[in-house]
Ligand binder design. Structure first.
Ligand code: XMP
Length: 561
Protein backbone atom coordinates (compact mmCIF):
# COMPACT_ATOMS: atom_id res chain seq x y z
CA UNK A 1 0.00 0.00 0.00
CA UNK A 2 1.30 3.43 -0.93
CA UNK A 3 1.36 6.20 1.67
CA UNK A 4 -0.56 9.36 0.92
CA UNK A 5 1.26 12.61 1.56
CA UNK A 6 -1.62 15.03 1.92
CA UNK A 7 -3.61 17.09 4.33
CA UNK A 8 -6.23 18.73 2.17
CA UNK A 9 -6.61 19.21 -1.57
CA UNK A 10 -5.00 22.61 -1.72
CA UNK A 11 -2.41 22.05 0.98
CA UNK A 12 0.81 23.31 -0.59
CA UNK A 13 3.20 22.17 2.13
CA UNK A 14 3.38 18.56 1.02
CA UNK A 15 4.06 19.27 -2.60
CA UNK A 16 7.24 18.14 -4.25
CA UNK A 17 8.76 21.38 -5.47
CA UNK A 18 7.67 22.37 -8.94
CA UNK A 19 8.65 25.33 -10.98
CA UNK A 20 6.60 28.09 -12.49
CA UNK A 21 9.19 28.55 -15.20
CA UNK A 22 8.14 27.42 -18.62
CA UNK A 23 10.57 24.75 -19.62
CA UNK A 24 11.48 23.85 -23.15
CA UNK A 25 11.49 20.08 -23.31
CA UNK A 26 14.24 18.67 -25.41
CA UNK A 27 13.91 15.44 -27.26
CA UNK A 28 16.19 13.48 -29.48
CA UNK A 29 14.36 11.42 -32.00
CA UNK A 30 15.38 10.02 -35.28
CA UNK A 31 12.88 11.20 -37.82
CA UNK A 32 10.53 8.60 -39.20
CA UNK A 33 11.77 6.95 -42.29
CA UNK A 34 9.95 8.25 -45.28
CA UNK A 35 11.03 6.46 -48.39
CA UNK A 36 14.63 5.35 -48.68
CA UNK A 37 16.98 7.79 -47.00
CA UNK A 38 17.25 8.26 -43.28
CA UNK A 39 18.25 11.75 -42.23
CA UNK A 40 19.75 12.58 -38.84
CA UNK A 41 17.68 15.11 -37.01
CA UNK A 42 18.03 16.66 -33.61
CA UNK A 43 14.86 18.00 -32.18
CA UNK A 44 14.17 20.71 -29.72
CA UNK A 45 10.49 21.05 -29.18
CA UNK A 46 8.83 24.38 -28.75
CA UNK A 47 6.15 24.23 -26.15
CA UNK A 48 3.33 26.56 -25.37
CA UNK A 49 1.94 28.07 -22.20
CA UNK A 50 2.52 25.66 -19.35
CA UNK A 51 2.10 27.70 -16.20
CA UNK A 52 -0.21 25.15 -14.66
CA UNK A 53 -0.98 21.71 -15.90
CA UNK A 54 -3.17 18.72 -15.28
CA UNK A 55 -1.30 15.51 -15.97
CA UNK A 56 -3.21 12.55 -17.35
CA UNK A 57 -1.32 9.34 -16.71
CA UNK A 58 -2.04 6.96 -19.55
CA UNK A 59 -3.15 3.42 -18.72
CA UNK A 60 -4.17 2.71 -22.29
CA UNK A 61 -7.87 3.54 -22.64
CA UNK A 62 -9.06 4.43 -26.11
CA UNK A 63 -10.64 7.59 -24.66
CA UNK A 64 -7.45 9.06 -23.21
CA UNK A 65 -6.84 11.75 -25.75
CA UNK A 66 -10.38 12.90 -25.14
CA UNK A 67 -9.62 13.48 -21.46
CA UNK A 68 -6.75 15.78 -22.41
CA UNK A 69 -8.99 17.59 -24.88
CA UNK A 70 -11.72 18.14 -22.32
CA UNK A 71 -9.23 19.62 -19.85
CA UNK A 72 -7.81 21.92 -22.53
CA UNK A 73 -11.32 22.98 -23.51
CA UNK A 74 -11.65 24.09 -19.90
CA UNK A 75 -8.66 26.39 -20.49
CA UNK A 76 -6.17 24.43 -18.45
CA UNK A 77 -3.07 22.99 -20.06
CA UNK A 78 -2.99 19.22 -20.03
CA UNK A 79 -0.59 16.52 -21.09
CA UNK A 80 -1.18 12.83 -21.55
CA UNK A 81 1.94 10.98 -20.41
CA UNK A 82 2.83 7.29 -20.03
CA UNK A 83 1.72 6.00 -16.61
CA UNK A 84 5.31 5.35 -15.56
CA UNK A 85 6.68 8.79 -16.46
CA UNK A 86 9.36 9.81 -13.92
CA UNK A 87 8.65 12.80 -11.68
CA UNK A 88 11.60 14.71 -13.20
CA UNK A 89 9.68 14.96 -16.45
CA UNK A 90 6.48 16.02 -14.76
CA UNK A 91 7.74 18.61 -12.28
CA UNK A 92 8.71 21.22 -14.90
CA UNK A 93 5.13 21.24 -16.18
CA UNK A 94 3.98 22.56 -12.82
CA UNK A 95 1.27 19.97 -12.23
CA UNK A 96 -1.80 20.97 -10.24
CA UNK A 97 -3.41 17.55 -10.26
CA UNK A 98 -3.34 14.07 -11.76
CA UNK A 99 -5.91 12.14 -13.70
CA UNK A 100 -5.34 8.39 -13.84
CA UNK A 101 -6.92 7.20 -17.05
CA UNK A 102 -8.95 4.13 -17.86
CA UNK A 103 -7.27 1.13 -19.40
CA UNK A 104 -7.75 -2.43 -20.58
CA UNK A 105 -5.79 -4.14 -17.77
CA UNK A 106 -7.12 -5.61 -14.57
CA UNK A 107 -5.50 -4.41 -11.34
CA UNK A 108 -5.39 -7.86 -9.82
CA UNK A 109 -3.58 -9.29 -12.86
CA UNK A 110 0.15 -9.94 -12.55
CA UNK A 111 2.23 -6.93 -13.61
CA UNK A 112 -0.84 -4.71 -13.80
CA UNK A 113 0.31 -1.12 -14.45
CA UNK A 114 0.07 1.05 -11.34
CA UNK A 115 0.61 4.72 -10.55
CA UNK A 116 4.07 5.92 -9.45
CA UNK A 117 4.27 6.73 -5.74
CA UNK A 118 4.72 10.47 -6.42
CA UNK A 119 1.08 10.63 -7.45
CA UNK A 120 0.07 10.00 -3.83
CA UNK A 121 3.09 11.52 -2.10
CA UNK A 122 2.91 14.83 -3.93
CA UNK A 123 -0.21 15.87 -2.06
CA UNK A 124 -1.77 16.92 -5.36
CA UNK A 125 -5.39 16.04 -6.12
CA UNK A 126 -5.98 12.81 -8.06
CA UNK A 127 -8.93 11.72 -10.16
CA UNK A 128 -9.02 8.06 -11.17
CA UNK A 129 -11.25 7.17 -14.08
CA UNK A 130 -12.46 3.58 -14.40
CA UNK A 131 -9.21 1.53 -14.32
CA UNK A 132 -7.60 4.59 -12.72
CA UNK A 133 -10.11 4.34 -9.88
CA UNK A 134 -9.23 0.70 -9.36
CA UNK A 135 -5.55 1.60 -9.31
CA UNK A 136 -6.22 4.08 -6.51
CA UNK A 137 -8.29 1.52 -4.64
CA UNK A 138 -5.61 -1.13 -4.85
CA UNK A 139 -2.67 1.14 -4.07
CA UNK A 140 -4.33 2.81 -1.12
CA UNK A 141 -5.40 -0.40 0.58
CA UNK A 142 -8.84 -1.31 -0.79
CA UNK A 143 -9.95 -4.42 -2.67
CA UNK A 144 -10.90 -4.84 -6.32
CA UNK A 145 -12.69 -7.99 -7.47
CA UNK A 146 -13.79 -9.22 -10.87
CA UNK A 147 -17.40 -8.12 -11.45
CA UNK A 148 -19.95 -10.88 -12.01
CA UNK A 149 -21.24 -9.10 -15.08
CA UNK A 150 -19.63 -6.53 -17.27
CA UNK A 151 -21.28 -3.13 -17.11
CA UNK A 152 -21.14 -1.40 -20.46
CA UNK A 153 -23.14 1.52 -21.76
CA UNK A 154 -25.67 3.89 -20.21
CA UNK A 155 -26.38 4.00 -16.49
CA UNK A 156 -27.93 6.60 -14.23
CA UNK A 157 -25.78 8.00 -11.46
CA UNK A 158 -27.46 9.10 -8.22
CA UNK A 159 -25.47 11.47 -6.03
CA UNK A 160 -25.44 10.61 -2.35
CA UNK A 161 -23.07 13.32 -1.16
CA UNK A 162 -24.39 16.44 -2.82
CA UNK A 163 -21.90 18.80 -1.19
CA UNK A 164 -18.85 17.17 -2.79
CA UNK A 165 -16.97 19.80 -4.86
CA UNK A 166 -16.97 17.34 -7.76
CA UNK A 167 -20.75 17.62 -8.09
CA UNK A 168 -21.19 21.41 -8.00
CA UNK A 169 -23.92 22.41 -10.45
CA UNK A 170 -25.03 18.82 -11.13
CA UNK A 171 -28.58 17.47 -10.80
CA UNK A 172 -29.01 14.68 -8.24
CA UNK A 173 -29.39 12.09 -10.98
CA UNK A 174 -27.60 12.15 -14.31
CA UNK A 175 -26.75 9.69 -17.12
CA UNK A 176 -23.20 8.33 -17.24
CA UNK A 177 -21.30 6.03 -19.59
CA UNK A 178 -19.92 2.86 -18.00
CA UNK A 179 -17.37 0.45 -19.40
CA UNK A 180 -15.87 -1.88 -16.83
CA UNK A 181 -15.67 -5.48 -15.69
CA UNK A 182 -14.00 -5.26 -12.28
CA UNK A 183 -15.63 -3.80 -9.21
CA UNK A 184 -14.52 -2.27 -5.94
CA UNK A 185 -15.17 -4.76 -3.21
CA UNK A 186 -13.77 -2.81 -0.30
CA UNK A 187 -12.97 0.88 -0.23
CA UNK A 188 -9.53 2.03 0.94
CA UNK A 189 -9.36 3.53 4.44
CA UNK A 190 -10.81 7.09 4.61
CA UNK A 191 -12.76 6.63 1.35
CA UNK A 192 -16.55 6.83 1.09
CA UNK A 193 -18.99 6.33 -1.75
CA UNK A 194 -20.21 9.67 -3.11
CA UNK A 195 -22.58 8.37 -5.79
CA UNK A 196 -24.04 5.08 -7.03
CA UNK A 197 -25.72 3.46 -10.03
CA UNK A 198 -28.01 0.45 -10.11
CA UNK A 199 -25.06 -1.92 -10.56
CA UNK A 200 -22.26 0.05 -8.89
CA UNK A 201 -22.61 1.10 -5.26
CA UNK A 202 -19.29 2.91 -5.71
CA UNK A 203 -19.83 4.87 -8.92
CA UNK A 204 -17.88 7.77 -7.39
CA UNK A 205 -15.58 7.56 -4.39
CA UNK A 206 -13.51 10.12 -2.48
CA UNK A 207 -11.29 10.45 0.59
CA UNK A 208 -12.34 14.00 1.46
CA UNK A 209 -8.78 15.18 0.81
CA UNK A 210 -8.66 15.49 -2.93
CA UNK A 211 -8.50 11.90 -4.19
CA UNK A 212 -11.50 10.80 -6.22
CA UNK A 213 -12.45 7.83 -8.34
CA UNK A 214 -15.09 7.60 -11.06
CA UNK A 215 -16.35 4.25 -12.25
CA UNK A 216 -17.66 5.85 -15.47
CA UNK A 217 -16.11 7.89 -18.29
CA UNK A 218 -16.70 11.65 -17.87
CA UNK A 219 -14.79 12.45 -21.08
CA UNK A 220 -17.23 10.88 -23.55
CA UNK A 221 -20.29 12.69 -24.89
CA UNK A 222 -22.56 9.97 -23.51
CA UNK A 223 -21.87 11.40 -20.04
CA UNK A 224 -23.57 14.77 -20.59
CA UNK A 225 -22.38 16.25 -17.26
CA UNK A 226 -18.90 14.78 -17.64
CA UNK A 227 -17.38 18.07 -18.66
CA UNK A 228 -18.79 19.76 -15.55
CA UNK A 229 -17.37 17.00 -13.35
CA UNK A 230 -13.92 17.41 -14.94
CA UNK A 231 -14.17 21.18 -14.64
CA UNK A 232 -15.10 20.88 -10.97
CA UNK A 233 -12.07 18.69 -10.41
CA UNK A 234 -9.76 21.08 -12.26
CA UNK A 235 -10.99 24.32 -10.73
CA UNK A 236 -12.63 23.47 -7.40
CA UNK A 237 -10.36 20.62 -6.31
CA UNK A 238 -7.04 21.42 -8.03
CA UNK A 239 -7.47 25.19 -7.79
CA UNK A 240 -6.42 25.89 -11.37
CA UNK A 241 -6.64 29.44 -12.70
CA UNK A 242 -7.35 28.62 -16.36
CA UNK A 243 -4.53 30.32 -18.25
CA UNK A 244 -4.49 28.08 -21.30
CA UNK A 245 -5.88 30.38 -23.98
CA UNK A 246 -5.05 30.55 -27.64
CA UNK A 247 -3.95 34.20 -27.30
CA UNK A 248 -1.46 33.22 -24.61
CA UNK A 249 -0.27 30.30 -26.67
CA UNK A 250 0.39 32.50 -29.70
CA UNK A 251 2.27 35.17 -27.75
CA UNK A 252 4.40 32.71 -25.85
CA UNK A 253 5.12 30.63 -28.96
CA UNK A 254 6.33 33.70 -30.83
CA UNK A 255 8.60 34.59 -27.94
CA UNK A 256 9.93 31.07 -27.72
CA UNK A 257 10.54 30.72 -31.45
CA UNK A 258 12.55 33.97 -31.39
CA UNK A 259 14.64 32.72 -28.47
CA UNK A 260 15.23 29.33 -30.00
CA UNK A 261 16.01 30.42 -33.55
CA UNK A 262 18.08 33.51 -32.72
CA UNK A 263 19.50 34.67 -36.03
CA UNK A 264 19.33 31.18 -37.59
CA UNK A 265 17.34 30.31 -40.67
CA UNK A 266 14.31 28.07 -40.92
CA UNK A 267 12.76 26.13 -43.79
CA UNK A 268 9.23 24.81 -43.93
CA UNK A 269 7.40 22.57 -46.37
CA UNK A 270 4.26 24.46 -47.21
CA UNK A 271 1.38 22.39 -48.54
CA UNK A 272 -1.53 24.77 -48.17
CA UNK A 273 -3.10 22.48 -45.55
CA UNK A 274 -4.13 23.85 -42.16
CA UNK A 275 -1.17 22.58 -40.15
CA UNK A 276 1.62 23.68 -42.46
CA UNK A 277 -0.12 27.02 -43.07
CA UNK A 278 -0.46 27.75 -39.37
CA UNK A 279 3.13 26.70 -38.65
CA UNK A 280 4.39 28.95 -41.43
CA UNK A 281 2.33 31.92 -40.29
CA UNK A 282 3.29 31.55 -36.64
CA UNK A 283 6.99 31.29 -37.42
CA UNK A 284 6.81 34.11 -39.95
CA UNK A 285 5.16 36.28 -37.30
CA UNK A 286 8.08 35.50 -34.99
CA UNK A 287 11.10 35.76 -37.26
CA UNK A 288 9.90 37.19 -40.62
CA UNK A 289 12.35 36.69 -43.47
CA UNK A 290 14.49 34.20 -41.57
CA UNK A 291 11.81 31.72 -42.68
CA UNK A 292 11.71 30.30 -46.20
CA UNK A 293 8.83 28.09 -47.25
CA UNK A 294 9.29 25.49 -49.94
CA UNK A 295 6.12 24.69 -51.83
CA UNK A 296 6.45 21.60 -54.01
CA UNK A 297 3.72 21.19 -56.60
CA UNK A 298 3.60 17.42 -57.16
CA UNK A 299 1.03 17.70 -59.94
CA UNK A 300 -1.47 15.91 -57.72
CA UNK A 301 -3.21 18.95 -56.25
CA UNK A 302 -6.81 20.00 -56.70
CA UNK A 303 -7.71 22.57 -59.33
CA UNK A 304 -6.53 26.12 -58.48
CA UNK A 305 -4.94 24.88 -55.23
CA UNK A 306 -1.36 25.88 -56.02
CA UNK A 307 -2.33 29.37 -57.18
CA UNK A 308 -4.52 29.97 -54.17
CA UNK A 309 -1.83 28.92 -51.71
CA UNK A 310 0.81 31.07 -53.41
CA UNK A 311 -1.53 34.03 -53.44
CA UNK A 312 -2.22 33.88 -49.71
CA UNK A 313 1.32 33.27 -48.53
CA UNK A 314 3.38 35.13 -51.07
CA UNK A 315 1.18 38.05 -52.03
CA UNK A 316 -0.97 38.57 -48.94
CA UNK A 317 1.39 37.55 -46.14
CA UNK A 318 4.63 38.46 -47.94
CA UNK A 319 6.51 35.29 -47.05
CA UNK A 320 9.66 34.04 -48.75
CA UNK A 321 8.39 31.19 -50.87
CA UNK A 322 10.32 28.89 -53.13
CA UNK A 323 7.79 27.42 -55.54
CA UNK A 324 8.81 24.29 -57.41
CA UNK A 325 6.59 22.80 -60.06
CA UNK A 326 7.72 19.18 -60.08
CA UNK A 327 4.65 17.78 -61.85
CA UNK A 328 6.63 16.03 -64.60
CA UNK A 329 8.96 14.30 -62.17
CA UNK A 330 6.13 12.91 -60.06
CA UNK A 331 3.95 11.84 -62.97
CA UNK A 332 6.86 10.23 -64.79
CA UNK A 333 7.66 8.13 -61.76
CA UNK A 334 4.01 7.15 -61.34
CA UNK A 335 3.70 5.85 -64.91
CA UNK A 336 2.34 2.30 -64.98
CA UNK A 337 2.00 2.10 -61.17
CA UNK A 338 -1.34 0.81 -59.90
CA UNK A 339 -0.57 -0.45 -56.40
CA UNK A 340 -1.68 2.10 -53.75
CA UNK A 341 1.24 1.47 -51.41
CA UNK A 342 3.67 1.74 -54.30
CA UNK A 343 2.13 5.08 -55.28
CA UNK A 344 2.51 6.40 -51.74
CA UNK A 345 6.13 5.24 -51.52
CA UNK A 346 7.09 6.86 -54.81
CA UNK A 347 5.42 10.15 -53.92
CA UNK A 348 7.07 10.21 -50.49
CA UNK A 349 10.51 9.52 -51.92
CA UNK A 350 10.18 11.99 -54.73
CA UNK A 351 9.00 14.66 -52.34
CA UNK A 352 12.12 14.27 -50.23
CA UNK A 353 14.36 14.51 -53.31
CA UNK A 354 12.75 17.69 -54.60
CA UNK A 355 12.63 19.25 -51.16
CA UNK A 356 16.27 18.42 -50.54
CA UNK A 357 17.36 19.94 -53.84
CA UNK A 358 15.49 23.14 -53.15
CA UNK A 359 16.77 23.32 -49.57
CA UNK A 360 20.37 23.00 -50.82
CA UNK A 361 19.83 25.91 -53.16
CA UNK A 362 18.79 28.09 -50.22
CA UNK A 363 22.21 27.61 -48.61
CA UNK A 364 22.75 27.43 -44.89
CA UNK A 365 19.69 26.23 -43.03
CA UNK A 366 19.50 25.60 -39.29
CA UNK A 367 15.93 24.56 -38.55
CA UNK A 368 13.21 22.56 -40.19
CA UNK A 369 9.68 23.54 -39.19
CA UNK A 370 7.03 20.84 -39.03
CA UNK A 371 3.32 20.79 -38.30
CA UNK A 372 3.47 17.86 -35.89
CA UNK A 373 0.35 17.76 -33.72
CA UNK A 374 -0.24 16.36 -30.25
CA UNK A 375 -1.96 13.14 -31.37
CA UNK A 376 1.16 12.31 -33.47
CA UNK A 377 3.35 12.89 -30.42
CA UNK A 378 1.15 10.71 -28.25
CA UNK A 379 1.14 7.96 -30.81
CA UNK A 380 4.91 7.80 -30.76
CA UNK A 381 5.36 7.86 -26.97
CA UNK A 382 2.38 6.03 -25.51
CA UNK A 383 3.71 3.31 -23.25
CA UNK A 384 0.61 1.19 -23.09
CA UNK A 385 -0.97 1.25 -26.51
CA UNK A 386 0.14 -1.65 -28.62
CA UNK A 387 1.33 -1.16 -32.15
CA UNK A 388 -1.58 -1.45 -34.51
CA UNK A 389 -1.41 -3.16 -37.86
CA UNK A 390 -0.35 -0.99 -40.74
CA UNK A 391 -3.40 -0.15 -42.83
CA UNK A 392 -1.84 2.49 -45.08
CA UNK A 393 1.48 4.21 -44.89
CA UNK A 394 0.94 7.93 -44.47
CA UNK A 395 3.57 10.05 -46.07
CA UNK A 396 2.94 13.36 -44.47
CA UNK A 397 4.39 16.33 -46.18
CA UNK A 398 7.47 17.54 -44.38
CA UNK A 399 10.17 15.36 -45.86
CA UNK A 400 13.56 15.91 -44.37
CA UNK A 401 16.66 16.77 -46.30
CA UNK A 402 18.92 13.76 -46.03
CA UNK A 403 22.39 14.02 -44.52
CA UNK A 404 21.69 17.45 -43.06
CA UNK A 405 21.55 17.84 -39.31
CA UNK A 406 18.62 20.11 -38.67
CA UNK A 407 16.89 21.08 -35.49
CA UNK A 408 13.18 20.49 -35.68
CA UNK A 409 10.91 23.36 -34.85
CA UNK A 410 7.47 22.03 -33.99
CA UNK A 411 5.45 24.83 -32.44
CA UNK A 412 2.17 22.89 -32.71
CA UNK A 413 3.32 19.69 -31.08
CA UNK A 414 1.15 20.26 -28.02
CA UNK A 415 -2.01 21.17 -29.90
CA UNK A 416 -5.05 19.32 -31.12
CA UNK A 417 -6.38 19.95 -34.60
CA UNK A 418 -9.22 22.18 -33.43
CA UNK A 419 -6.76 24.25 -31.39
CA UNK A 420 -4.57 24.63 -34.49
CA UNK A 421 -7.54 26.11 -36.34
CA UNK A 422 -8.07 28.56 -33.49
CA UNK A 423 -4.41 29.57 -33.65
CA UNK A 424 -4.83 30.15 -37.39
CA UNK A 425 -7.83 32.32 -36.70
CA UNK A 426 -5.97 34.25 -34.01
CA UNK A 427 -3.14 34.86 -36.50
CA UNK A 428 -5.63 36.28 -38.99
CA UNK A 429 -5.45 33.55 -41.64
CA UNK A 430 -8.41 33.61 -44.05
CA UNK A 431 -11.41 31.60 -42.84
CA UNK A 432 -11.29 29.31 -45.85
CA UNK A 433 -7.73 28.37 -45.00
CA UNK A 434 -8.40 27.82 -41.32
CA UNK A 435 -11.41 25.59 -41.95
CA UNK A 436 -9.93 23.74 -44.89
CA UNK A 437 -10.75 20.06 -45.01
CA UNK A 438 -7.73 17.75 -44.72
CA UNK A 439 -6.07 16.77 -47.98
CA UNK A 440 -3.71 13.79 -48.09
CA UNK A 441 -0.02 14.21 -48.92
CA UNK A 442 -0.19 11.83 -51.93
CA UNK A 443 -3.04 13.98 -53.18
CA UNK A 444 -5.17 12.98 -56.13
CA UNK A 445 -2.95 9.96 -56.85
CA UNK A 446 -4.81 7.97 -54.18
CA UNK A 447 -8.17 9.17 -55.50
CA UNK A 448 -7.36 8.13 -59.05
CA UNK A 449 -7.79 4.37 -58.92
CA UNK A 450 -5.40 2.38 -61.08
CA UNK A 451 -2.70 4.10 -63.10
CA UNK A 452 -2.40 7.85 -62.59
CA UNK A 453 -2.38 9.62 -65.96
CA UNK A 454 -2.65 13.28 -66.89
CA UNK A 455 -5.93 12.58 -68.64
CA UNK A 456 -7.48 10.86 -65.62
CA UNK A 457 -6.17 13.55 -63.28
CA UNK A 458 -7.83 16.25 -65.38
CA UNK A 459 -11.14 14.36 -65.39
CA UNK A 460 -10.90 13.91 -61.63
CA UNK A 461 -10.06 17.59 -61.08
CA UNK A 462 -13.06 18.70 -63.11
CA UNK A 463 -15.48 16.41 -61.25
CA UNK A 464 -13.97 17.32 -57.89
CA UNK A 465 -14.19 21.04 -58.66
CA UNK A 466 -17.92 20.73 -59.32
CA UNK A 467 -18.44 18.70 -56.17
CA UNK A 468 -16.64 21.24 -53.99
CA UNK A 469 -18.47 24.09 -55.62
CA UNK A 470 -21.85 22.51 -54.88
CA UNK A 471 -20.87 21.52 -51.34
CA UNK A 472 -19.79 25.09 -50.61
CA UNK A 473 -22.90 26.57 -52.22
CA UNK A 474 -25.03 24.30 -50.03
CA UNK A 475 -23.04 25.61 -47.01
CA UNK A 476 -22.06 22.07 -46.05
CA UNK A 477 -18.28 22.44 -46.41
CA UNK A 478 -17.57 23.19 -42.75
CA UNK A 479 -19.88 20.47 -41.48
CA UNK A 480 -18.00 17.76 -43.33
CA UNK A 481 -14.67 16.34 -42.29
CA UNK A 482 -13.91 15.71 -45.95
CA UNK A 483 -15.70 15.71 -49.28
CA UNK A 484 -14.09 14.73 -52.56
CA UNK A 485 -14.42 12.78 -55.79
CA UNK A 486 -12.73 9.53 -56.68
CA UNK A 487 -12.16 8.50 -60.27
CA UNK A 488 -12.57 4.74 -60.42
CA UNK A 489 -10.95 2.58 -63.04
CA UNK A 490 -14.36 1.19 -63.99
CA UNK A 491 -16.05 2.21 -67.23
CA UNK A 492 -19.69 1.69 -67.96
CA UNK A 493 -22.15 2.21 -70.78
CA UNK A 494 -24.43 5.21 -70.89
CA UNK A 495 -26.57 7.11 -73.32
CA UNK A 496 -26.35 10.83 -74.05
CA UNK A 497 -28.67 12.29 -76.64
CA UNK A 498 -28.77 9.66 -79.35
CA UNK A 499 -25.33 8.32 -78.62
CA UNK A 500 -24.01 5.44 -76.64
CA UNK A 501 -21.24 6.45 -74.26
CA UNK A 502 -18.57 4.42 -72.57
CA UNK A 503 -17.16 6.50 -69.77
CA UNK A 504 -15.61 6.47 -66.32
CA UNK A 505 -17.49 5.87 -63.10
CA UNK A 506 -16.88 8.69 -60.62
CA UNK A 507 -17.57 8.25 -56.91
CA UNK A 508 -18.48 10.98 -54.45
CA UNK A 509 -17.20 10.59 -50.88
CA UNK A 510 -18.37 12.84 -48.05
CA UNK A 511 -17.78 11.96 -44.41
CA UNK A 512 -18.28 13.35 -40.96
CA UNK A 513 -15.63 12.66 -38.33
CA UNK A 514 -13.96 14.12 -35.25
CA UNK A 515 -10.47 12.85 -35.81
CA UNK A 516 -10.39 10.63 -38.95
CA UNK A 517 -9.93 7.55 -36.74
CA UNK A 518 -13.56 6.73 -37.36
CA UNK A 519 -15.92 8.35 -39.84
CA UNK A 520 -19.49 8.10 -41.01
CA UNK A 521 -20.76 8.77 -44.51
CA UNK A 522 -22.54 12.10 -44.58
CA UNK A 523 -26.30 12.07 -45.10
CA UNK A 524 -26.15 14.66 -47.89
CA UNK A 525 -29.58 15.83 -49.05
CA UNK A 526 -30.85 13.97 -52.15
CA UNK A 527 -31.33 17.26 -54.01
CA UNK A 528 -27.70 18.15 -53.48
CA UNK A 529 -26.56 14.71 -54.62
CA UNK A 530 -28.77 15.04 -57.68
CA UNK A 531 -27.24 18.42 -58.60
CA UNK A 532 -23.71 17.08 -58.13
CA UNK A 533 -24.39 14.03 -60.26
CA UNK A 534 -26.15 16.01 -63.02
CA UNK A 535 -23.44 18.57 -63.25
CA UNK A 536 -20.58 16.07 -63.26
CA UNK A 537 -22.13 13.92 -65.98
CA UNK A 538 -23.09 16.93 -68.09
CA UNK A 539 -19.97 19.04 -67.63
CA UNK A 540 -17.13 16.54 -67.32
CA UNK A 541 -16.09 14.81 -70.51
CA UNK A 542 -15.29 11.18 -69.85
CA UNK A 543 -17.65 10.57 -66.90
CA UNK A 544 -21.08 9.11 -67.55
CA UNK A 545 -22.03 7.69 -64.15
CA UNK A 546 -21.76 8.90 -60.55
CA UNK A 547 -22.18 6.85 -57.36
CA UNK A 548 -22.25 7.93 -53.71
CA UNK A 549 -20.06 6.00 -51.25
CA UNK A 550 -22.22 4.99 -48.26
CA UNK A 551 -19.68 3.11 -46.18
CA UNK A 552 -18.38 4.26 -42.84
CA UNK A 553 -14.90 3.85 -41.37
CA UNK A 554 -14.40 1.17 -40.18
CA UNK A 555 -14.83 -1.09 -42.12
CA UNK A 556 -13.82 1.20 -45.02
CA UNK A 557 -11.23 3.93 -44.87
CA UNK A 558 -11.91 7.54 -45.83
CA UNK A 559 -9.66 7.51 -48.88
CA UNK A 560 -10.14 4.76 -51.42
CA UNK A 561 -6.45 3.87 -51.61
P1 XMP B 1 -7.93 6.96 -44.21
O1 XMP B 1 -8.08 6.83 -45.69
O2 XMP B 1 -6.81 6.12 -43.66
O3 XMP B 1 -7.52 8.45 -43.96
O4 XMP B 1 -9.23 6.73 -43.49
C1 XMP B 1 -7.59 9.10 -42.71
C2 XMP B 1 -7.23 10.54 -42.90
O5 XMP B 1 -5.87 10.69 -43.30
C3 XMP B 1 -5.77 11.32 -44.56
N1 XMP B 1 -4.71 10.64 -45.28
C4 XMP B 1 -3.47 11.12 -45.42
N2 XMP B 1 -2.92 12.29 -45.04
N3 XMP B 1 -0.88 11.66 -46.01
C5 XMP B 1 -1.64 12.56 -45.36
O6 XMP B 1 -1.13 13.64 -45.05
C6 XMP B 1 -1.36 10.47 -46.42
O7 XMP B 1 -0.65 9.66 -47.02
C7 XMP B 1 -2.73 10.20 -46.13
N4 XMP B 1 -3.54 9.13 -46.38
C8 XMP B 1 -4.76 9.44 -45.86
C9 XMP B 1 -7.14 11.15 -45.19
O8 XMP B 1 -7.40 12.15 -46.16
C10 XMP B 1 -8.04 11.23 -43.99
O9 XMP B 1 -8.26 12.56 -43.58
Amino acid sequence: MVKKGRKSPQDESHRISTTDDIEVSTYLEIAKEIGGEQPTVTEEAVSGAKREAIIVLDFGSQYNLLIARRVRESQVYCELLPHDTPWEKIAPLNPRGFILSGGPASVYAQNAPLAPSYVYESGLPVLGICYGMQVITKQLGGQVKPGTKREYGHAVMHISQVDSPLFAGLPESTPVWMSHGDKIDELPPDFVSLAYTENSPNAVIGDGKGIFGLQFHPEVVHTPEGKTILKNFIYRVCGCQGNWTIGNFVNESIQRIREQVGDGSVINALSGGVDSSVVATLIHRAIGDQLTCIFVNNGLLRREEADRTLKVFKNNLGMNIVYKDATDRFLDRLKGVVDPEEKRKIIGEEFIRVFEEEAKRIGKVDFLAQGTLYPDVIESVSSVSTASAKIKSHHNVGGLPAKMVLTLLEPLRYLFKDEVRLVGKELGLPEEMVWRQPFPGPGLAIRCIGEVTREKLEILRSADFILMNEIKKAKMYNQLWQSFCVLTDVRSVGVMGDYRTYGYLAAVRAVTSDDAMTADWARLPYDLLARISNRIVNEVDGVNRVVYDITSKPPSTIEWE
